[in-house]
Design a binder for this molecule. Structure first.
Ligand code: GLU
Length: 379
């Protein structure tokens, strides 16, 4: 199926969508841009009326709080941002509640930290809450819980990431990312003049993100890098992403009615299991295992476990069962998985052949079992 046919089919048949909207779309120099939010809510109400389950990931709390405080000079420090978010979040949610109410729709606020989803039990609790809300026809509005999520380990980092992880939680069929730009440019605009928007990205894993959008420097400011990383995660789950210009009037309605806009990012044909996705993306990474070329090739060909023989270096202080990054000697990502051994144990047996491990009665033949390893994960 070509991408246009795929896009049409997904948009006609989707049962559940996650829509993420960034602060820059929702606010102007005076704070929340009511005009834009009103139009967004009208569009979500339209999709809701088509029997779609809609989950909205909305930023804008810090920006809204900043606008209320105006004179405060300490807002840029971390506690200032947290405090601004606490002021802005209730205003943001009040705005959504009132606007959805005018369409006869109930909205609900859910604030999450990364920590909430990394604990399997809390992940499942959150899943039950979402599923109950959606079965009642409620539109959940999600934001990062900025009050408590300040350290790297607790934070999603940006709402693009949060949105992509929710795809798994709510079993969505489509991820829509509303941005201030029209879509994904075919070249880095800082290097290539006149770069145009790509209507489709066939393989988001093949894009050189460092070249295309200046790499990781834009993470956290929500730049295109984090949007494409989120689209990669979505793709692994088998979910396509549509990046649209969020300020354009009725953009969602127009896109669902077939107008060609933004960038469609295709999903991998075979999505990975939801458990593997949760394992790789909702937990903290405790270390790094470097593998030789042969092992990297074998792992990338699929369905293989990482054997101690292929490990050439171990970094970090992880315990057995912790999530570790798997990389090549050049530092290229191979994937991420749960180590059967602690860092110290793995260091002791790395490079040893299977027959050798059997002789010393090592408890596992695999350093990381293929069931606990997500190839292509960048964590
Ligand atoms: N949670 C932040 C806010 O609501 C925004 C984070 C982001 O945009 O990625 O202001």
């Amino acid at each position: 199926m070509d991408w246009q046919a795929e896009k049409q089919a997904v948009m006609q048949q989707a049962r559940c969508i996650v829509v993420k909207v960034g602060s820059a779309v929702l606010t102007n120099e005076h704070g929340l841009d009511l005009h834009v939010i009103k139009n967004l809510v009208k569009q979500l109400a339209y999709l809701h009326s088509k029997d779609l389950n809609v989950v909205l990931v909305s930023s804008g709390a810090v920006a809204a709080g900043r606008a209320v405080l105006r004179e405060e000079s300490s807002i840029n420090a971390v506690p200032g941002k947290q405090a601004a978010s606490a002021i802005g979040q209730s205003r943001l949610m009040h705005t959504y509640d009132q606007l959805f109410d005018a369409h006869g729709i109930i909205s609900a606020q859910i604030l999450l930290t990364r920590d909430d989803l990394s604990n399997r039990q809390r992940f499942l609790n959150a899943r039950n809450t979402f599923s109950q809300l959606l079965s009642w026809g409620v539109i959940p509005v999600i934001n990062e819980n900025d009050t408590v999520a300040v350290q790297e380990l607790l934070k999603f980092g940006d709402n693009d990431t949060l949105g992509s992880l929710l795809l798994n939680l709510v079993e969505a069929d489509l991820f829509i990312n509303l941005t201030t730009v029209g879509g994904v440019l075919g070249a880095n605009p800082e290097k290539t003049a006149g770069a145009t928007i790509m209507p489709c990205v066939e393989d988001v894993h093949a894009l050189d993100l460092d070249e295309l959008c200046g790499g990781k420097t834009s993470v956290g400011t929500g730049g295109m890098y984090s949007k494409l990383m989120s689209a990669r995660r979505a793709s692994q789950l088998g979910v396509p992403t549509l990046i649209l210009p969020g300020k354009a009037k009725d953009v969602l309605i127009r896109a669902f009615e077939g107008e060609e806009m933004g960038t469609w990012i295709r999903a991998n044909v075979r999505g990975i299991s939801r458990r593997k996705f949760w394992m790789a993306y909702n937990q903290n990474v405790y270390g790094e295992v470097t593998v030789d070329e042969g092992a990297a090739r074998a792992l990338r060909s699929g369905g293989k476990s990482l054997l101690p023989a292929g490990v050439i270096a171990v970094e970090g202080d992880f315990m057995a069962g912790d999530l570790v990054r798997v990389v090549t000697a050049d530092g290229d990502a191979v994937g991420a998985g749960l180590s059967n051994y602690s860092a110290r144990e793995l260091q002791a047996i790395m490079g040893r052949k299977l027959s050798d491990l059997m002789e010393t009665n090592e408890p596992y033949f695999e350093a990381i079992h293929c069931d606990n390893l997500l190839i292509g994960a960048v964590v």
